[in-house]
Design a binder for this molecule. Structure first.
Ligand SMILES: C[S@@+](CC[C@H](N)C(=O)[O-])C[C@H]1O[C@@H](n2cnc3c(N)ncnc32)[C@H](O)[C@@H]1O
Length: 248
């Protein structure tokens, strides 16, 4: 039986390799060669940069159980709630919601074609729909919209610059929220977390009420950027669910 190398020497070697001339380019080339989702990310960065938010597709099974449980409770009075998972990646979020709300009509949306294909393959439920797009069909209305780990960027986390303007400016968050708001019914729920911006800093906040649900202390968002694109040091954000009170 093979044993994994201990973390420390492995990551030390990795760090040394990373510093070799041309190493980042070679690593990118290798990743694209071996992993189709990375090839797709490279394509999106070239062809859909104006739409793409977090390019990386990391997700997890039942990643936010407290949020999914709270949503199921809030939506319980609706027989077949319509839910949008914006940036669904390989569909783990949709499947987690499905386990809690078997009758829901759930749409998973993602720009990454490879992840949408994986999501479809993993979910035969006819009430789940997976679409490769950056926005729902015009006029589509949902009782809940989730945008978890989408309004963020791996490159901000890697370098923590003073300003997010060159990577993902605050205006992209405001524009993205305005688009999602168009598709959320009054009284519906917006779930926003794992991101680099705060709902309270946006003009939309005036038409939404924050739910008392708080993410755990250890999950608090700390790399945050404000409306001026400047990093906000010392701030923490634990709010995650927001109820829409009125249309614009
Ligand atoms: C880190 S994953 C989040 C997956 C899941 N929501 C979660 O929290 O586990 C971010 C996903 O957002 C997608 N994405 C980025 N910008 C998007 C956009 N404008 N429209 C739809 N999907 C987008 C990416 O392709 C990626 O799969």
């Amino acid at each position: 039986m093979q044993h994994a190398m201990p973390d420390q020497p492995h990551s030390a070697l990795r760090e040394r390799l990373k510093r070799l001339p041309g190493a980042p380019r070679a690593a990118h080339w290798l990743r694209c060669l071996l992993r189709p989702e990375y090839r797709e990310i490279a394509r999106l960065r070239r062809q859909a940069a104006d739409q793409l938010l977090q390019p990386y597709t990391l997700t997890g099974e039942d990643r936010y159980p407290a949020v999914f449980d709270a949503l199921a409770q809030h939506l319980a009075p609706i027989a077949e709630p319509c839910i949008l998972s914006f940036g669904c990646s390989s569909g783990a979020e949709v499947r987690a919601l499905r386990r809690r709300m078997p009758a829901a009509r759930i749409t998973g949306l993602d720009l990454n074609r490879v992840m949408i294909a994986r999501a479809r393959a993993a979910d035969p439920d006819p009430r789940s729909t997976y679409v490769c797009a950056g926005a729902p069909e015009p006029g589509a209305q949902f009782d809940a919209v989730l945008a978890m780990a989408v309004f963020r960027h791996g490159d901000l986390e890697a370098t923590r610059p003073d300003s997010c303007a060159a990577v993902l400016p605050f205006s992209r968050f405001v524009d993205g929220l305005a688009m999602l708001d168009l598709h959320l019914a009054v009284g519906g729920w917006l779930a926003l977390y794992n991101q680099q911006f705060r709902m309270a800093d946006t003009p939309l906040a005036a038409r939404y009420a924050a739910d008392p649900l708080l993410m755990g202390e250890d999950e608090a968002l700390v790399l945050l950027y404000g409306p001026d694109d400047r990093r906000i040091d010392g701030a923490r954000e634990r709010l995650v669910l927001f109820r829409k009170l009125a249309d614009a």
